[in-house]
Design a protein around this ligand. Structure first.
Ligand SMILES: NC(=O)c1ccc[n+]([C@@H]2O[C@H](COP(=O)([O-])OP(=O)(O)OC[C@H]3O[C@@H](n4cnc5c(N)ncnc54)[C@H](OP(=O)(O)O)[C@@H]3O)[C@@H](O)[C@H]2O)c1
Length: 326
């Protein structure tokens, strides 16, 4: 197939393109910047510069590429910094998930592309009631924290329009496996605490496994929504100390709910204490997918072994200060 990957230069796109090429597909890969053309070519794809928020440009690029399938992996999270207001952090990504998806689908219809796979998210979205692990059929959270409503609405929009068009939405777990993983820095600096009893459940996925599931989804007939997560949804109190250890960081701090609410806001408290995880049974059953890293337990260690070593070798500044001549 000729596969058009919107967002080929990102965390998932850079894993996906080589796997598609290995599988014998021809790939056209986009970035917003012409400077990344050579990087995209090195992955095995034909590079195209494209802003997904420019509807006319999306139409032109898709018609010109004449693909058999489109994958939407565009997000705008590279410059993400912590904010108490999730919707503010995700504002551009939300537009890519609404306007960007609409533009790609419109172009897909015109170019008669009948395979469409788009990125969505699994963790922190389910109703906070009943058991800790939810399937694609379980209800989404009807009582969203106010600062997360727009981001959740954008994901719902994406899933609705993509599946209405016969496509597949993949609800990925929290990505890990790259040097720019979002949790590395805060966990190293011990800025990511266990809140309350640490009972909020998260689902993770190694980027290579996420890419492998995406290849299978492209080769599968839609419509459908699939959780692409590992086998072990787990509460923060379990996964966070293991991640800290894998990164060679100190033990996570513990914050009572009121203190976390003060510093990080209500959404962070809910994620840390009440969130539910996602089941991957449907993706395994219907896509024939098996994660290479079935649990973050071995995945974190594999991903961060060299990082942790470097961290342990870094001289302790306090020790150096105490040795220096006065
Ligand atoms: N499920 C998850 O946990 C999840 C999901 C997504 C991201 N993340 C995390 O967020 C961090 C940043 O992600 P990232 O490295 O993939 O960077 P990113 O900034 O989110 O970019 C992702 C892709 O979208 C493209 N893009 C950005 N704006 C666009 C636009 N207006 N039109 C078309 N394409 C656009 C980027 O192209 P450019 O080359 O122009 O930047 C890139 O190819 C990483 O740590 C990643 O793991 C996590």
């Amino acid at each position: 197939m000729r596969v058009f990957v919107a967002g080929a230069s990102g965390a998932i796109g850079t894993r996906l393109v080589p796997q598609l090429v290995d599988r014998g597909h021809e790939v056209i890969g986009t970035s917003t910047s012409t400077e990344k053309a050579e990087d995209i070519r090195a992955l095995g794809a034909d590079p195209v510069a494209l802003d997904l928020l420019d509807r006319a440009a999306v139409r032109r690029a898709v018609l010109e590429a004449a693909p058999d399938a489109i994958v939407h992996q565009a997000t705008a999270l590279a410059e993400m910094t912590f904010s108490r207001n999730f919707d503010r952090t995700f504002a551009k990504t939300n537009r890519l998930r609404t306007e960007g998806t609409d533009a790609l689908l419109e172009a897909a219809r015109e170019a008669q592309v009948d395979r469409f796979v788009a990125q969505s998210f699994a963790s922190y979205r389910n109703a906070r009631e009943g058991g800790p692990v939810k399937t694609e059929n379980d209800p989404l959270d009807p009582a969203l924290v106010a600062t997360t409503r727009e981001s959740n609405a954008a994901m719902r929009h994406l899933e609705e329009v993509v599946t209405n068009a016969g496509g597949i939405a993949l609800r990925y777990g929290i990505f890990y496996g790259a040097a720019n993983d979002g949790l590395i820095d805060p966990v190293r600096k011990r800025q990511y605490p266990i809140v309350g009893d640490g009972g909020g459940v998260a689902s993770f996925i190694h980027l290579d496994d996420a890419a492998a599931a995406t290849v299978l989804a492209l080769e599968h007939d839609g419509p459908g929504i699939f959780n692409v997560v590992d086998d072990e949804p787990a509460p923060v109190r379990e996964w966070l100390p293991v991640l800290a250890e894998a990164l060679g960081a100190g033990l996570p701090r513990r914050f009572p709910r009121w203190l976390a609410r003060l510093f990080a806001g209500e959404a962070a408290v809910v994620m840390g204490t009440e969130a539910r995880g996602a089941s991957n049974a449907k993706a395994k059953r219907e896509l024939g997918w098996e994660p290479r890293y079935p649990s973050w337990r071995e995945g974190f260690v594999a991903a961060y072994a060299s990082t942790a070593l470097a961290e342990r070798r870094r001289p302790d500044p306090n020790a150096l200060a105490s040795q220096s001549p006065r």
